[in-house]
Design a protein around this ligand. Structure first.
Ligand SMILES: [Zn+2]
Ligand SMILES: [Zn+2]
Length: 791
């Protein structure tokens, strides 16, 4: 019997070779009909024997192209029309709905083979791509995904490319960015003043890089600054030019074999290296690694990626096996994407530029990931991952979340999906704030959704919170920072109901107006109770304390030793970094300590914080690691790298009951029945005393750093057990920037699981503030749905 069926496929189905795939299935089964891209998905009608139609659907489900993802299939029977052939018809606007833009994908093996085949018409063509690979998000203007709505619109296809584009049997059938040397984009090499240099740009660039020069290279989602990663002078010069003296730099290596020579690459890392997302993978550095020591000082990790565009492959096929490849920007500014923009903003940094004439429409930094428990653990989620949505356990009202102040990302909830924006960064500069606004518009455009409900952080001073207040008629909900962290982890793990949440980070605004950051919450999607936290310590000098960990060490000594703390500080040699003669430095330190004493004793109003990040800073300075840092988290990163070997030193802590009821959000922030639970205080000052004495007794730094890392999981587990006893809750989520520390994360997972907890951590959503927008969005949406908010 001849029947005709109409299917609507939803999900990641455009730009992934889905239509030619359907065409092939229809050909094989002798079915007639058509397929068409629409704004809400891919619609297909097939006509033929009932059995063949059923086989068609089964084949689609089973053989799906590697990058396609189905989130829904609608099916209906329609009257047969007597079609003889199966055709692919042009795109249609149609209903707005559930269509997902796919991320950019690394060049595929088939294209690579052509790239290096001298007989191929695309031999050494740096923009080769097909339906399985190439740029997507970074060239897109609007939906549906069609060449005319991308940065490729200004490159008319040559006859040969046109033929490939129209032939359903060709692997470039409807490859929207299809291009060749005749009709497509081109590379050019410019000198520092923007004048084109003659010759082959790639060989010329390689010769400049071999001479130790710093080059700006236009890539997929922005410019990189590149130099020879084995050349100390070149790396030091790039650092000096970029004024980014201390943050680790990522490198690109020729192949997996080279990566193995530089770092320890396990099976999980290997999988991440070769995944189509091609992120920067953080791997443990080999001690004999030939990479310049200036690439990643003070950490055991090396951020490595493999080539992902054809251009990178051509570049890495040269004589240099490893290049520094760091985002081209000035500190705190977004990555450069425009040619003219790069020439302007990178003046004085890059000595030459490799540019091309295909516009980058969406800024997208490289993603950064590490392997945790055999899977990905995203540190920065951007190119290759964004804007693929996170599937939620249920549908929520449409919501836009504006994220935090640092490592900012946005999140838009639509239906049962959460769309996280590419990484935006710290919102400290006007350029970064423009980028934030640009990304907001992008997110609303590609999801075709403009939510009335907006979530932001509780901190009144964040750019995002101020921005929320300018959004006019939209309804704004402020979500507490650490609650958002926990809900983000819950959402990623499809959890509902109450959990115990450990949120450990730098600082976030607490509902009491203080700087929180070592929090034990009882949380569900809507609400939380602060069931416990680290004992608060003063934050002398406010923001200055972040840049100068010696201040945190001083404050720890002050709290731990009372009156004679300055004596302990002097014995440890604590003070601002000595840049002058020892005698002068001693005098300066004494004066600085006296100033701290004066302010802590009431000379100045000093805020207090429960932050674990600041405690890490203080302990690092106490152990003599560093007095000042170039970026937040640097001291903690170095403390982690220092923790090595074995120790029998068990550091003490105390767990006390604050006596008062657990701090609960006021009605402006949340509602619900208050839980009368005493807040537990975890006091680590006893450990500070032991660490100080042990260091003065000459115990090695590495051992003390290790003892500190061993202490935290033990103490956290004790506090979590106390909460479990009160509440019966056994599910626990770990979130917050401190869990980027592998040793801390592994220690907590082990200790908490041994104690019988069911422990959840982040995977695809960053544990740092880059993941906070998801938690904000889900919290606000859940509260809206619960009807807690006036319509
Ligand atoms: Zn390809
Ligand atoms: Zn062509």
């Amino acid at each position: 019997m001849i029947i005709r069926k109409r299917f609507l496929f939803k999900g990641s189905v455009q730009g992934v070779g889905f239509r030619p795939f359907l065409w092939r299935q229809a050909q094989e089964l002798g079915l007639a009909g058509f397929v068409q891209n629409r704004a809400d998905g891919v619609v297909v009608e097939v006509e033929g024997e009932a059995g063949a139609v059923a086989d068609f659907l089964a084949a689609v489900r089973e053989k799906l192209p590697p990058r396609a993802e189905l989130t829904g299939i609608a099916e209906e029977e329609v009257p047969p029309r007597g079609d003889r052939t199966f055709t692919i018809v042009g795109s249609e606007g149609g209903d707005r709905g559930e269509l997902h833009i796919t991320p950019d994908t690394a060049v595929c093996d088939a294209c690579l083979a052509e790239l290096f085949d001298p007989q191929d018409r695309r031999y050494r063509y740096p923009f080769i791509n097909c339906t399985d690979c190439g740029p997507r998000l970074t060239i897109i203007d609007s939906l549906p995904y069609d060449r005319s709505r991308t940065a490729m619109a200004c490159f008319p296809l040559c006859p040969e490319c046109q033929w490939e584009y129209e032939d359903p049997a060709n692997r470039r059938f409807h490859a929207e960015p299809n291009a060749c040397p005749v009709c497509g984009p081109r590379l050019s090499l410019l000198d520092a003043d923007g004048h084109a240099l003659p010759g082959d740009p790639i060989s010329k660039a390689l010769s400049l890089l071999s001479q130790g020069k710093t080059l700006a290279l236009k890539g997929l989602g922005g410019f990189h600054l590149a130099c020879d990663a084995f050349n100390d002078v070149a790396v030091a010069s790039l650092r000096a030019r970029k004024c980014r003296e201390e943050k680790p730099l990522a490198i690109m290596v020729r192949d997996l074999k080279t990566a193995r020579q530089l770092a320890r690459v396990g099976p999980a890392e290997e999988q991440l290296f070769t995944s189509p997302e091609r992120p920067i993978v953080l791997c443990p550095k080999r001690p004999d690694s030939p990479v310049s020591a200036f690439v990643a000082p003070g950490t055991d990790n090396l951020g490595i990626m493999l080539p992902y565009t054809p251009f990178h492959h051509l570049l890495m096929a040269g004589d240099l096996p490893a290049l520094v490849m760091t985002s081209a920007n000035r500190t705190d500014e977004p990555i450069c994407i425009g040619n003219r923009e790069a020439l302007q903003r990178l003046a004085g940094i890059a000595e030459a530029f490799i540019v091309h004439n295909r516009d980058i429409r969406v800024r997208c930094d490289d993603s950064v990931v590490m392997a945790v428990e055999g899977g990905p653990y995203l540190i920065r989620r951007s190119r290759g991952y964004a804007p693929r949505p996170i599937a939620l356990r249920e549908r929520f009202p449409d919501t836009l979340a504006l994220g935090a102040q640092e490592k900012n990302t946005l999140c838009l909830l639509k239906g049962e999906f959460a769309f996280l924006s590419p990484h935006i960064g710290d919102l400290e500069t006007p350029e970064a704030r423009d980028f934030f606004q640009e990304t907001l518009l992008l997110l609303e455009r590609i999801t075709e959704c403009r939510p009335e409900l907006v979530a932001c952080d509780l901190h009144p001073g964040y750019h995002t919170s101020r921005f929320a207040r300018t959004m006019g008629a939209r309804q704004v909900i402020a979500v507490q920072h650490h609650h958002a962290h926990c809900v983000s982890c819950m959402a990623e793990n499809s959890l509902s109901g109450e959990v115990i949440g450990l949120a450990m980070d730098g600082t976030g605004y607490g509902i009491d107006g203080l700087a929180w950051g070592g929090e034990f919450l009882i949380a569900d999607e809507c609400d939380f109770t602060r069931a416990g936290h680290l004992r608060t310590i003063p934050l002398p000098g406010g923001a200055l304390a972040i840049r100068e960990p010696w201040r945190m060490a001083a404050t720890l000594l002050h709290e731990a030793f009372d009156a004679d703390w300055q004596e302990w500080a002097r014995r440890l040699g604590l003070g601002p970094e000595a840049s002058t003669a020892p005698a002068v430095a001693d005098r300066e330190s004494a004066a600085a300590l006296a100033r701290i004493e004066w302010s802590l004793n009431g000379g100045l109003p000093v805020a207090r914080t429960s932050s674990l990040g600041r405690l890490f800073d203080g302990v690092a300075a106490l152990l003599g690691l560093r007095s000042r840092v170039g970026f937040e988290g640097q001291a903690a990163m170095e403390l982690e790298a220092l923790a090595k070997g074995k120790t029998d030193l068990r550091l003490p802590y105390t767990l006390t009951d604050a006596g008062s009821s657990g701090c609960r959000p006021g009605s402006a922030i949340s509602s619900g029945t208050p839980r009368s639970l005493p807040a537990l205080i975890l006091d680590l000052l006893p450990a500070v005393r032991v660490l100080t004495e042990a260091r003065l007794a000459g115990r090695p730094q590495a051992e003390l750093a290790l003892a500190f890392h061993n202490l935290l999981p033990k103490a956290f587990t004790a506090l979590a057990e106390a909460i479990r006893q009160e509440t019966g809750l056994n599910r626990l989520v770990l979130s917050g920037g401190c869990f980027q520390n592998r040793r801390l994360l592994a220690g907590c997972l082990e200790s908490l699981r041994t104690a019988g907890f069911e422990v959840f951590h982040h995977r695809l959503v960053p544990t740092n503030d880059g993941g906070i927008a998801l938690g904000q969005a889900v919290c606000a949406a859940a509260r809206k749905r619960k009807g807690e908010l006036a319509p």
